[in-house]
Design a protein around this ligand. Structure first.
Ligand SMILES: *Cc1c(COP(=O)(O)O)cnc(C)c1O
Length: 424
């Protein structure tokens, strides 16, 4: 048992778990530690521009924090563009990345968010943008998201390149898209690839080489290269942080060759989501029942996949810790036992200790009592962001800890809010 993910805790970033679980709307509650986000951003200094892929954790307080720390922002929907504008981002610092425009996004990009970077993943987007911009298309700059013909992802559902991926423009169609954009007076000034990195440097070099080749083909109008997101983050003991300096160096070598070929500066961008926020986040829940089914002991908690969907969606592992509830007094035993941790939803898959394919497994956790807290760690990315109202569960409150002080950054959803748009 190493110290990084202990199975017993009393506080998060200096704030007692019991306080977090009671003073901000109750459990379950998402908690973020600002210092961790700052640290992760700092580690990416080797890149020119860091653009936060907000879909990983779009809370306005997190966006504002990252804005103040100097990150730009990526948006994948109209709602995300509006979030970025709401915290004061200027359109030029917002990128819209998608494979389609829906009506809302097209209206924004041609209207209120005019001037944002548009990163297109299909030639139809260029046509629709050209038409929506009309006379203003002249001189408009866009970037192309490239599908290099191969991919990499941490599961089949997250593979983001190759012939079976829906993402990006197939590499052979890039020159055609550049000409097509020019017919509207739009200039292609950047290329983007987001194909999931993993920590496999042979794969990363391959991505880099593919990008360099395509950039040379498009030519000197290219001024920005984005290597996308997908930087891995450790989820369990024994996993190390990814060597971002080495990763940046591979890209800088390519960028230097492109700059030499083009005779001007080329900006390198990275666009992480998970890497910036994953390990800043915790889902704090409460044990509401303890029972045995045959040989198996279950801790049933008040958080389910409506709050944290990664285990049921991908079989993802989250570290789990127990915090003793003060009212339960001293624990009766300091032993560990093998338990299954499940949630409250009326669905058998609502289990946090599961592997890919829905295989239920057990975890060694401290002996606990009803009322004790269960903390799911590394829950800052795709945690609250993927929450749903399934089973009419209220969205959990969110709390940000900065300099030892915890403050509410999203209220617990109310019943009035839950039903606000329903008509009967
Ligand atoms: C999801 C996404 C990211 C972030 O991915 P992470 O794995 O969280 O780093 C970055 N860019 C684009 C275009 C994305 O869709």
């Amino acid at each position: 048992m190493s110290a990084k993910y202990p199975v017993r805790v009393t506080e998060i970033a200096g704030v007692p778990v019991a306080k977090l679980a009671t003073e901000f709307g109750g459990a379950p509650v998402f908690v973020y530690d600002a210092a961790t986000i700052r640290e992760r951003l700092e580690s990416l200094r080797g890149f020119g521009t860091v653009r936060f892929a907000q879909k990983a954790c779009p809370n306005l307080a997190i966006l504002k924090l990252l804005k103040e720390l100097g990150a730009k922002v990526d948006a994948v929907s109209a709602g995300e563009i509006l979030r970025a504008l709401a915290v004061g981002y200027e359109p030029k610092d917002i990128a819209y990345t998608a494979d389609i425009f829906d009506d809302d996004a097209l209206e924004l990009v041609a209207g209120k968010a005019f001037g944002c970077v548009v990163n297109v993943g299909s030639s139809d987007m260029i046509r629709q943008l050209g038409r929506a911009l009309g006379a203003r298309a002249k001189g408009f700059e866009l970037t192309l998201r490239v599908n290099p013909g191969f991919g990499h992802g941490h599961s089949e559902k997250t593979n983001t390149g190759g012939p079976l991926s829906k993402h990006g423009i197939w590499l052979e169609q890039i020159p055609e898209c550049v000409r097509f954009a020019e017919m509207f007076g739009i200039r292609v000034t950047g290329l983007h690839m987001h194909i999931g990195s993993g920590s496999d440097f042979a794969h990363l070099s391959r991505v880099c080489d593919a990008m360099e080749k395509i950039a040379l083909e498009v030519g000197s109008q290219i001024t920005t290269i984005s290597c996308g997101g997908g930087l891995p983050t450790p989820y369990r003991d024994g996993e190390e942080y990814f060597d971002v300096a080495k990763y940046a160096e591979i890209w800088h070598n390519s960028i230097a060759r492109l700059e030499a070929a083009f005779g001007h500066k080329v900006e390198l961008e990275t666009e992480p989501g998970r890497y910036l926020v994953a390990d800043s986040g915790y889902l704090v829940s409460k044990i509401r029942a303890i029972k045995t089914q045959g040989e198996n002991l279950f801790y049933l908690i008040d958080a389910g996949f409506a709050h944290l969907a990664r285990p049921i969606m991908y079989g993802s592992y989250h570290p789990i810790a127990i915090a003793r509830a003060p009212e339960n007094g001293e624990p009766t035993s300091d032993a560990l036992q093998e338990v299954v941790v499940g949630g409250p939803l009326c669905e058998s898959g609502d289990v946090f200790t599961q592997e890919e394919g829905g295989i239920v497994v057990k975890r060694s956790l401290p002996v606990a009592d009803v009322g004790d807290y269960v903390i799911l760690g590394v829950a800052g990315a795709y945690g609250a962001a993927m929450s749903s109202n399934y089973n009419s569960k209220f969205l959990a409150p969110e709390v940000l800890i900065e300099n030892g002080a915890a403050r509410l950054v999203r209220k617990k959803q109310s019943f009035e809010h839950l039903i606000a748009n329903e008509i009967f």
